[in-house]
Structures are given as C-alpha cells and as structure tokens.
Design a protein. Structure first.
Length: 303
C-alpha cells in the first residue's frame, strides 16, 4: 500500500533528518516521492483516479490524471507533517484554522455529548491533536502502521498531546467509544471507509457503498450530536471545516435509525470532499461496483 510506503520511506530515510528540515525542503522532498508513485501509475493510483472520477463527474480523463497527482502530493504532505509534528510548538497545533468552530464551542459549553466523523482527507491527525490541546481530550481509532517501531513512535507522541488511540483490532471498540462519550470525552473516527465488510448501506456521490456502523450506533446510544469535519490543505497550512451538528435519528426501529443517521453523515462528508477533492486520500476501492466486479460495468471497464 502507498500509505505503508510513505510511512516506511520517511522512517527509513531518517525521522530525525526529516524533522530537521525546513517546511519548504521537507515538503519538496515528499512531493518528489509522490510524483514517483504517480508516474508509475500502480494499482493504488489507478484506483485513486477511479474514485476521483466519481467526485469530479465533469472532469475529463486528463483533468482526473492531474488531480490524482495533486492528490498524491496532498497525501505525501500529510505524511510529512506526521513525521514533523513532534517538533512543532503547541501554538502551531492549536492555531489550526477551523471554520465553524462555534458549533463545537456551543456544544462544549452546553455539556452536550459529541461524536466527530471525518474523511480520510487533509490532516485529520492535526485535527485530533487540536482537539486534545484545546479541549483537553480526544479519543480516536487508528490503523496500525508498519514497521511496529514507527507505530509506537506515533502512538507515544499522540499520547503526549493528550490523545487516546484505540487500535482497529481492539475488541469492543463501539462499547469503548460509547463509554468515553458518556464520560464527556471528545471522540471521533474517520468514517468514509468500511473495514468490517458488513457496514451500513449508503448512497455516496450517487453510487452505493457501505460506511462504518460505529458513529451512528454510538450517537444513538449516547444521544451525542454528530459533528462532521472536513479537513483540507491551503498553501499555508492544514485547515478544517466543522459542519452544523447532526441529530442522530432515533425511532423504535434501530436498523432504520442507523441507516438514516449514516446517510446523513455520508451526505455531509460528500459535501466536504467535493469542495476539496484532491485532499481526499482514498486510494482503495470504496464503492460496491469496484469491490464486486460482477455488480456493474464501471469496475470492469475502468480496471
């Protein structure tokens, strides 16, 4: 996977070397690496382009190809920041530009339970660090990186910033998140990719796929307001947009509630992704047509 390649390359090149560079030099180096992956046009890059074609329906093939280059550069910038964040002053982390912060501040002031959902976009790690530093807590779920030593380094740094990281293979994750939310902890997940293979059916950019159940289940159990957050990059910094709070759908039909709430989340995520498509780091098959070659012509024609 390209994610493992970015992580391992940065680690093997020398974490300390990357951390000592200026922003300009470090980003330039990671851009060159991103361009190498882009020119090779491997499976992940081709899948990225198929995903972008859904998000940018009016773009032609050349525009999609160029967008994929910008997308890989954005993804490389995310990894570059991940290596360099341990040396940033806290002021840089807490100065993350956030549009819609008033939605969060009001819920915190009213002591309302909150659950965040973000896409794999921009720098969501920076967003979690921002929450931990500004509001005193943040629990999130993360996939384990390779090599193991690298993952431990990332984990240690995030713990120092006040974040709690739950591994994706941890048993009873939904129960753990429910307990944290009930105790007033800010919790969130990246919720645009279903790793369980038995998620909630949604329409996303006009095509069917599945999303994780967790956000809707936790919000239904706790009556937590759902804050969808869009992360993206500007030339100067990472940035975020917090959408107005979503109320979990609550009726006597739990299955209906989870599907309806998850669709609301999907609609908000789609809006943020469509505003900044090249900052969406989705290089894996996502839609059912790509996951199941027998489902429709798109996956067969575009492989």
């Amino acid at each position: 996977m390209i994610s493992d390649n970015f992580a391992y390359w940065g680690y093997s090149t020398g974490w300390s070397v990357v951390r000592r560079m200026s922003d300009k030099r470090a980003y330039a180096m990671f851009n060159r690496m991103a361009d190498q992956f882009w020119r090779r046009r491997g499976d992940s890059v081709r899948q990225h382009e198929r995903n972008l074609a859904r998000v940018m329906p009016d773009a032609d093939a050349d525009q999609i190809r160029l967008a994929s280059r910008e997308g890989l550069r954005s993804y490389a910038r995310y990894w570059c920041d991940a290596f360099r964040m341990p040396d940033w002053p806290l002021e840089r982390i807490t100065n993350l530009p956030v549009e819609g912060i008033e939605h969060l501040d009001k819920l915190v002031a009213d002591r309302e339970p909150i659950f965040f959902v973000a896409p794999h976009a921009g720098n969501y790690d920076w967003g979690a660090a921002f929450l931990a530093q500004r509001y005193g807590s943040c629990t999130t779920v993360a996939e384990q990186l390779k090599p193991e030593r690298l993952f431990r380094r990332f984990l240690e740094f995030r713990t120092e910033l006040g974040m709690e990281i739950i591994g994706t293979k941890t048993p009873d994750i939904i129960d753990i998140l429910t307990e944290r939310v009930e105790n007033g902890v800010l919790c969130g997940v990246v919720g645009d990719r279903d790793l369980s293979h038995h998620g909630v059916p949604v329409e996303f950019f006009g095509e069917p796929t599945t999303f994780p159940r967790g956000p809707a289940v936790v919000s239904r159990r706790t009556r937590a307001k759902i804050l969808v957050v869009s992360f993206f990059y500007t030339p100067q910094s990472a940035a975020a947009r917090i959408y107005p709070p979503l109320e979990p759908v609550i009726t006597d039909d739990e299955d209906y509630d989870i599907r309806a709430t998850t669709q609301l989340i999907a609609d908000n995520l789609a809006d943020g992704i469509s505003r900044h498509p090249t900052d969406w780091h989705m290089l894996q098959p996502l839609w059912l047509a790509d996951l199941d070659p027998n489902r429709g012509p798109r996956s067969r024609e575009q492989q």
